[in-house]
Design a protein around this ligand. Structure first.
Ligand code: HEM
Length: 476
């Protein structure tokens, strides 16, 4: 997805690296303080757009977003000819107006993912989304929760076989795991693989397709590998589609009772204007669902554990009452979302906060900044699963903003609101409940983690998802 490339392309950014990550090297500041870039004659702080691509920004973005929200709510980065929309209210309004702010052309995912709904707007988008989106929610998915729990248990059981992998160690009475490689990377892909109805034996291959397609997004040097993986996925899907067209396949609950057809079977039965969907269309949908739901959910799980374990009283609260995992999930997505925002193009010339934006400009809706807007969330940099101003109920396409509570913006709002929000919520919450039961006396292995500029405290998440999270707990 574009947002993934635009804001977190430097996933593995090492804050100690010598690469300045931009044309100008900015000093690394204590978290929460911005580099002083001078002032306009009226006292307005100046903002050098090169900071947006600096190492400093990747680790410590929020003071710069605050300058934007307070002084340049529609910031024109003339260096990259991009307009950044940073206030919650504005991002909200633009997301709902999909005629005024359309998703076309995004371009960067198309070669690899194919022709997906992510890049459609208006009627075409609605039609496609209704066809596909309905399969990602609803009763049959509610019934999948036990399978999600089973898959989580299986992944943890597999750790005994991973002792030589470099990601799981036994150290005396302790076990050490890297949560990403040992759990969060593959778990969401396994869940989606099962819900789609891929046979078990394809699971490993599925993970390879996923990794290759993700690396190939955004016209990167690995695009060729991504395109090859997509072709290989399409060849495989073709076989399954032919099979499913002959013989539908069903999802079953843990007791073997049928709970509905799998998603591929449903897509095979779907008709548009009397025609069945083509294999290409079905593959694009599968590729999108897999690409959109893997790295994002991984980021949510790992960021959530990183934040909770740094706030032991809040971790104790989720252990004491596992309902609190729901709050922890939403507060993580508000505080440190794995997705930074979404690109849009304005269909008409417009004025926003006194800035003229010519039709067809690239406008970045900055979800990271909207989620930290103190017009909506008090003390926004603070991680607090009990914050009273955050809505953490059922996700609504209309968003939620009343009675002093608002939804976070990590899933977007409006016509493109993430249709995978429910599954990712269940994966992160159910997966974490099981991890919590199995990881006794868990804590972060600080020696193995990246540090901040003081060389002692743990590196902030900033806008790069935690690349690796080393945990230590009592050996089972
Ligand atoms: C924490 C995890 C996730 C986050 C933060 C997230 C975030 C988002 C966001 C912000 C969008 C809106 C794009 C836009 O406005 O242009 C989106 C769209 C989408 N997401 Fe997710 N997502 C997550 C997990 C998932 C999962 C698990 C799936 C599927 C199983 C999924 C499938 C999709 C699809 C198909 C779209 C396109 C919807 C459309 O354009 O109508 N996502 N996601």
């Amino acid at each position: 997805m574009d947002a993934l490339r635009d804001f977190t392309a430097e996933l593995d950014t090492d804050i100690h690296s010598d690469d300045p990550g931009g044309d100008r090297d900015f000093p690394l500041m204590p978290v929460g303080q911005a580099v002083d870039m001078g002032q306009a004659p009226d006292g307005t702080p100046l903002l050098d757009p090169r900071v947006l691509h600096s190492r400093e920004f990747f680790r410590n973005p929020y003071p710069y977003y605050r300058i934007m929200r307070d002084h340049y709510p529609c910031f024109h980065d003339k260096l990259h000819n991009t307009y950044y929309v940073t206030r919650y209210e504005d991002v909200w309004r633009c997301y709902f107006d999909d005629e005024g702010f359309n998703t076309i052309p995004k371009g960067s995912s198309s070669g690899v993912l194919g022709n997906t709904q992510l890049e459609l707007s208006g009627v075409e988008h609605r039609r496609r989304r209704n066809l596909y989106g309905q399969h990602l929610v609803g009763r049959s998915l509610d019934l999948r929760v036990p399978s999600i729990q089973r898959l989580a248990r299986q992944m943890i059981d597999d750790w005994d076989d991973m002792l030589d992998s470099g990601y799981v160690f036994d150290d005396g009475r302790k076990r050490i795991v890297e949560l990403g490689m040992a759990f969060a990377n593959e778990f969401p892909v396994r869940v989606v693989c099962e819900v789609l109805g891929f046979p078990n034996e394809a699971r490993k291959q599925f993970f390879y397709w996923y990794n290759s397609m993700m690396s190939g997004l955004g016209g990167s040097a690995l695009q060729k590998q991504g395109l090859e993986a997509r072709q290989s996925l399409e060849d495989y899907v073709q076989e399954i589609v032919e099979e499913r067209r002959r013989k539908p396949s069903y999802l079953k609950d843990e007791d073997g009772n049928v709970i509905g057809k799998d998603i591929i079977t449903k897509l095979c039965e779907t008709r548009v204007d009397g025609d069945y969907l083509s294999t290409e269309e079905i593959t694009s949908n599968i590729a999108l669902v897999v690409a959109a739901g893997g790295e994002t959910t991984r980021g949510a799980i790992v960021n959530m554990w990183y934040l909770l374990l740094q706030h032991p009283e809040q971790f104790a609260a989720v252990c004491a009452d596992t309902e609190n995992w729901n709050r922890a999930f939403h507060e993580t997505l508000r505080n440190s979302s794995p997705i930074g925002g979404q690109p849009r193009h304005n269909s008409h010339d417009l004025e926003m906060h006194g800035v003229h934006v010519p039709a067809g400009s690239l406008m970045q809706m900055v979800d990271f900044s909207a989620n930290h807007d103190d017009r909506v969330f008090k003390d926004p940099e603070k991680f607090d699963i009990f914050r009273p101003d955050l809505y953490s109920g059922k996700l609504l396409r209309s968003g939620y903003s009343k009675e002093g509570r608002c939804s976070h913006m990590a899933f977007g709002v409006g016509p493109h609101l993430c249709p995978g929000a429910w599954i990712s919520h269940q994966e992160a919450v159910e997966g974490s409940r099981i991890l919590q039961q199995r990881l006794k006396n868990v804590r972060i292995v600080e020696d193995r983690m990246a540090k901040d500029i003081d060389g002692k405290s743990l590196a902030p998440i900033g806008i790069v998802r935690v690349p690796a999270l080393w945990l230590e707990f009592d050996r089972p």
